[in-house]
Design a protein around this ligand. Structure first.
Ligand code: AMP
Ligand code: ZN
Length: 469
């Protein structure tokens, strides 16, 4: 399996630190608003990377943070007259709903910055002790960038070029820096802002330190993969490397993966530019599986332009797979022969070739565009060779192969039949009758059957109520 490493600018063979295990950290969103579909790109892309690695047999420890203390969160909290934690909690919940709707698996751990302040103070203290950080007069603690000799190795920037072009990075209090390249680890509080006590001043962390600390705590000093959108290469990831490697004295991450932007009219989609659609907006028009399909139809390192036409193309593509699975289900229900018939084994062997092609594409730096093309070929093959004469074993094997490859992409391609309200009511009536006859086994069976189809029952004094989960 080859991964393009931003650090070496090359595709490299993936060799994990510990055999059979992957330690992976993905920078998560700052939570002050509903996420937009640009934020969704890294979520979908790296969830797919994780799924593929799990398919290969790796045990993946996947950590993704929520940045829950930040200027934008504080500003929104002040506008609403509530505590910053009210805002961050609200949007973490909303973000988790969007992730679930896009079939993005929850991370092994989703740490929150505000729960990890102790670890941040420890790391900053270590950096001060080692001479990599210093306190300015106003209490701000800066990282002494020039002391970290390898600074710039990820973004391939030269320190002196940075020095010249660095004016835009100047922040308040920056006149107290020893060097304009130095960046903030800890900053003094302002009125009305959340703050924590520290040896330097009452204040809050700079943004970069949280990821160094959470990665260390949940994955160890050395990890396999660190990932995020390409805007994070500089300064965020460059600064994370400086902090972690200076503090721990070890290589921070072996592989650095970055997704290209999701654009709209060839400009990066972003909250600040105002040119965005939230995941919620898209869900009003499309099944979010189609959004997922759209994201995976391009290689993750290629820019992807969002447009109505491309979403329609994604819809057609996704539905082609769904229709094929539906067709196989129909044939399965009506097939008479159980065992493989003459010639079907050979066909299944041929079909296995599409799975190999899928793996080859994914092994080549997660080329999901080619991987989806392999699924399409398999679908075409199934549509050609599956028919009323096919055996159940043959149909089942074809269906399972399509389902497995789609599942690695996180695509749900088997549509559950939606129960109509009338069917639900009828089953509830049957359950009530069963209970009256003290046939509790049947009553429980019906409750479970409904639950499997996403219908939750609630027994109340006024009778049984139900809702779709
Ligand atoms: P933010 O909340 O802005 O820190 O972003 C969270 C994640 O989304 C980071 O990995 C960003 O790099 C990524 N991201 C933000 N905007 C886009 C975009 N338009 N296209 C792709 N990734 C993006
Ligand atoms: Zn980060």
């Amino acid at each position: 399996m080859k991964i393009y490493n931003t650090l070496s600018k090359k595709k490299e063979e993936f060799i994990p630190i510990e055999e059979g295990k992957v330690r992976m950290y993905v920078c998560g969103p700052t939570v002050y608003n509903l996420i937009h579909i640009g934020n969704a790109r890294p979520m979908i892309v790296f969830d797919t990377v994780r799924r593929y690695m799990e398919h290969k047999g790796y045990d993946v420890n996947y950590v993704s943070n929520f940045t829950d203390v930040d200027d934008k969160i504080i500003k929104k909290a002040m506008e609403e007259g509530v505590d910053a934690s009210v805002i961050s909690k609200r949007y973490i919940e909303e973000c988790k709903k969007d992730m679930a709707a896009m079939n993005v698996k929850p991370a092994t751990t989703h740490p929150l910055a505000t729960n990890e302040i102790g670890g941040m103070l420890d790391m900053i203290e270590t950096l001060v002790e080692k001479g990599y950080a210093y306190k300015a007069e106003d209490g701000t603690v800066y990282f002494r960038t020039r002391n970290f000799k390898e600074y710039g190795k990820l973004s391939h920037k030269n320190l002196d070029d940075l020095q010249g072009g660095n004016r835009s990075l100047l922040v308040s209090g920056a006149d107290q820096k020893e060097d304009s390249l130095d960046f903030v680890l800890w900053k003094p509080k302002k009125d009305g802002e959340p703050y924590w006590e520290s040896p330097w001043c009452n204040g809050r962390p700079g943004w970069h330190i949280e990821c160094s600390v959470m990665s260390k705590k949940y994955l160890g000093d050395e990890i396999d993969i660190h990932a995020g959108g390409e805007d994070l290469v500089f300064p965020h990831h460059e600064n994370e490397i400086a902090q972690s490697e200076a503090a721990n004295g070890k290589t921070f991450s072996r592989y650095w993966m970055h997704n290209a932007f999701l654009n709209i009219d060839n400009r990066k989609m972003s909250k600040s530019a105002g040119n965005f659609f939230t995941v919620r907006d898209i869900s009003e028009k499309y099944d979010l599986q189609i959004l997922r399909f759209f994201m995976l139809s391009a290689h993750y390192r290629s820019p992807l332009n969002f447009s109505a036409e491309l979403m329609e193309a994604a819809k057609n593509g996704y539905e082609r797979i769904v229709t094929s699975v539906g067709n196989l289900n129909y044939l399965l229900e009506n097939a008479s022969a159980e065992e493989l018939k003459d010639g079907e084994s050979a066909l299944l062997e041929e079909a296995g070739g599409f799975a190999s092609r899928f793996d080859e594409a994914m092994d080549d730096d997660f080329n999901t565009a080619d991987a989806i093309a392999a699924i399409f070929e398999l679908v075409k093959f199934a549509n050609t060779h599956a028919g009323q004469e096919s055996s159940k074993a043959f149909l089942k094997a074809l269906k399972e192969e399509i389902m497995e490859l789609s599942d690695i992409c996180g695509l749900i391609v088997e549509k559950q039949e939606e129960l109509l309200d009338a069917d639900i009511e009828a089953l509830i009536a049957e359950r009530q009758a069963a209970r009256k006859e003290k046939n509790f086994a049947r009553a429980d069976e019906i409750r479970k059957e409904l639950l499997d189809k996403g219908i939750v029952l609630e027994d109340t004094r006024e009778g049984v109520k139900w809702k779709r989960a």
